[in-house]
Design a protein around this ligand. Structure first.
Ligand code: ZN
Length: 222
């Protein structure tokens, strides 16, 4: 199993030098080191010179080829717009990739069923969340129009899909969360908020113009 602290960077810093052969490493070339500020080597002097780059995207293949390769290092490239390094794949032994591909082919059907099951569970959890959050909304806004609580809850559920704190049972719905969801819903469905844009007014101004009518509706729902 691969275990080293090296990484491979597409060099963005000038004046990087290989600590083994002494050659300078041009920008955009691979630099093998713990960080781009550490001492490191050029790719030709690194143990990865005969390795193969496996592009990212296939979780099972990535995990399995790492397991079968003596060494495994991630290739990073700097994304200037996002100001962060991004993974561009990993270097592993060619034989490790072949082994991993064989394993993936062998249990592809099983993994597909597993993913399908996970999707069904997720949908059931979403449904439970919508029912519970809807009930919480109804408790705070007993006069809100029929079925509207579920519409609001469904929207919130979609908005936060996949994020933490979504589990219905783990989380008590606090009143602030409920109020925010209800206000947003009223703004979009009970006022002309959405058609106000592009007429010279800013978001802040549009919102403050509508605040009294939103308050009126909120009070009538309570
Ligand atoms: Zn070198």
């Amino acid at each position: 199993m691969a275990n080293t602290s090296q990484n491979i960077f597409i060099a963005k810093k000038q004046k990087l030098r290989c600590s083994n052969c002494g050659n300078s490493i041009p920008i955009e070339h691979a630099f093998v080191a713990e960080s781009e500020d550490s001492k490191g080597t050029c790719f030709a002097c690194s143990p990865f010179v005969n390795y193969t780059l496996l592009p990212p995207g296939n979780v099972a293949l990535t995990r399995r080829s790492k397991k079968h390769s003596e060494l495994c290092e991630v290739l990073f490239a700097w994304n200037q717009r996002r100001k962060r390094y991004e993974r561009k794949g990993q270097y592993v032994e060619r034989t490790a990739i072949i082994k991993a591909e064989e394993e993936c082919a062998a249990d592809e059907a099983t993994r597909a069923i597993k993913n399908e099951k996970a999707a069904v569970i997720r949908a059931a959890k979403d449904q439970a969340y919508i029912l519970e959050f809807g009930a919480a909304i109804r408790a705070y806004y007993p006069n809100c129009p029929a079925q509207r609580e579920y519409e609001i809850a469904k929207h919130t559920c979609e908005k936060y899909s996949g994020r933490v704190g979504r589990s219905a049972r783990a989380k008590q719905f606090d009143t602030k969360m409920i109020d925010l969801a209800v206000v947003a819903h009223i703004r979009h469905t009970e006022t002309n908020y959405d058609s106000q844009f592009g007429k010279g007014k800013g978001k802040k101004e549009i919102r403050s113009d509508l605040s009294s009518s939103i308050k009126r509706i909120i009070n009538s729902w309570k």
